[in-house]
Ligand binder design. Structure first.
Ligand code: FAD
Length: 292
C-alpha cells in the first residue's frame, strides 16, 4: 500500500520508525524488536538507511520482513550522497524486486572526509536529484522527503531552506516527514510558512520520545532541536532515575501528539528507535483517539 493513500484516509494514525542492525550479530535482536513493533499494526513502519554510521545493506531485509511477514506497509529510506548513479540504480532495482512501494528519498549527511571535496562532479548533490531519479517513467514509487521545522543546519536561513524544499516537492515528493521537534509551536509556524510558499503535500510530524537523559544531548546535537524549559525540567528532575525518566519522556511525547491531533494533524510518525515498549505505551496512551 502506498503511504499517500494512508495519509489521504483522513483518520488519526501513528507510524513507527526502526533502524537496521549495524552487523549480522545484531540482526536477531533488531528483527525481534521490529516484530514486536509490527504487531502493534501501525499505519506504516519506516526503516532508516545507514544512519548512525552503520551499514545500509540490512535496510531492505528489514523492510521486506515488515511488509511480507507482518503485512505492515513499509517505507524504505535511501540516501544518495556521494553515491554513483550505478549504485543507486542497483538499489532501486532491488527495491522494485522486493515490491517496495514507498521510498524516503534523502541526501544523507556529507561524510566528514568529504566535507571539503569538490562536489560539482557528484551524481547526487541533494535529495532532489534522487527524487527525480525515483520519479522516472518505469518506476511507480510513493516518495517521501525530509523537512526541517527548525531549518536544516546547513541552510543560511529559512527562506532558502523552504525554497529548496519546494523544489524537492515539485520534483515528485508525495509527502514530507519532519525532523524531530520538542515545541509544537515551531511546527505550526513552519506549516504556515510552507503553505504560504505553495507547498501542499501532506506533512507528517516526527516525534522522538526521549526516554533517557543521555539521549537528550545526542538528540540536540543530531537535530539542532530547541529543548523547551518544560522538557529540561523533566530531565533535571528524573534524569538520574531511568524508570521515571522513561515514563516522563513517554508522557511528554504523548502530550505533544495529542496537541498535534487537537490542532488538526492526522498522522504522526514516532521515532520509536527499535523500542517496542515505548511504541506500545504511546499507542496505548492514544487508544481512544487513534482512528478518529
Ligand atoms: P536535502 O533535501 O538535499 O537538503 C540538504 C541541505 O541542502 C538543506 O540545507 C537544503 O536547504 C539544501 N539544498 C537542497 N537543495 C539545494 C539546492 N538545489 N541548492 C542549494 N542547497 C540546497 N539520514 C540517514 O543517513 N539515513 C536515514 O535513514 C535518514 N532518515 C531521515 C528521515 C527524516 C524524516 C529526516 C528529517 C532526516 C533523515 N536523515 C537520515 C538525515 C538526513 O539525511 C540529513 O538531515 C541530511 O543532512 C539532509 O538530507 P535531506 O534529504 O534533507 O537533504
Amino acid at each position: 500500500m502506498k503511504i499517500i493513500d494512508i495519509l489521504n484516509q483522513n483518520r488519526f494514525s501513528l507510524s513507527f520508525e526502526v533502524f537496521p542492525p549495524k552487523n549480522e550479530t545484531a540482526f536477531v535482536s533488531v528483527r525481534s524488536a521490529v516484530e514486536e513493533i509490527a504487531k502493534l499494526k501501525p499505519a506504516f513502519m519506516s526503516v532508516t538507511y545507514g544512519a548512525g554510521g552503520g551499514t545500509s545493506k540490512y535496510t531492505l531485509d528489514i523492510a521486506k520482513d515488515i511488509k511480507n511477514r507482518y503485512g505492515v506497509p513499509t517505507l524504505a529510506h535511501l540516501t544518495c550522497v556521494s553515491s554513483t548513479r550505478e549504485t543507486i540504480g542497483q538499489k532501486i532495482k532491488e527495491m522494485q524486486v522486493c515490491g517496495i512501494k514507498n521510498v524516503m528519498a534523502l541526501r544523507g549527511d556529507i561524510p566528514q572526509e568529504l566535507q571539503d571535496a569538490d562536489r560539482s562532479g557528484w551524481d547526487y548533490r541533494y535529495a532532489v536529484d534522487l527524487v527525480r531519479e525515483l520519479k522516472t517513467a518505469d518506476r511507480d514509487f510513493c516518495i517521501g522527503g525530509a523537512c526541517y521545522p527548525e531549518i536544516h543546519p546547513e541552510s543560511a536561513n529559512q527562506a532558502d531552506d523552504i525554497r529548496h524544499l519546494k523544489e524537492k516537492v515539485e520534483a515528485g515528493c508525495d509527502f514530507l516527514t519532519t525532523q524531530m521537534f520538542f515545541d509544537n509551536n515551531l511546527l505550526y509556524n513552519f506549516l504556515y510558512k510552507i503553505q504560504q510558499a505553495g507547498i501542499a503535500v501532506p506533512v507528517i510530524p516526527g516525534i522522538m520520545p526521549i526516554t533517557n537523559a543521555n539521549q537528550v544531548a545526542r538528540a540536540v546535537k543530531l537535530s539542532g532541536s530547541f529543548m523547551p524549559q518544560r522538557f529540561k525540567s523533566l530531565v533535571d528532575k528524573f534524569g538520574d532515575d531511568p524508570a521515571a525518566m522513561k515514563q516522563a519522556g513517554i508522557a511528554y511525547a504523548t502530550d505533544q501528539i495529542i496537541d498535534l491531533y487537537a490542532n488538526g494533524i492526522k498522522n504522526v510518525h514516532v521515532y520509536s528507535m527499535n523500542k517496542p515498549d515505548v511504541a506500545e505505551k504511546i499507542q496505548a496512551n492514544l487508544s481512544d483517539i487513534l482512528g478518529k
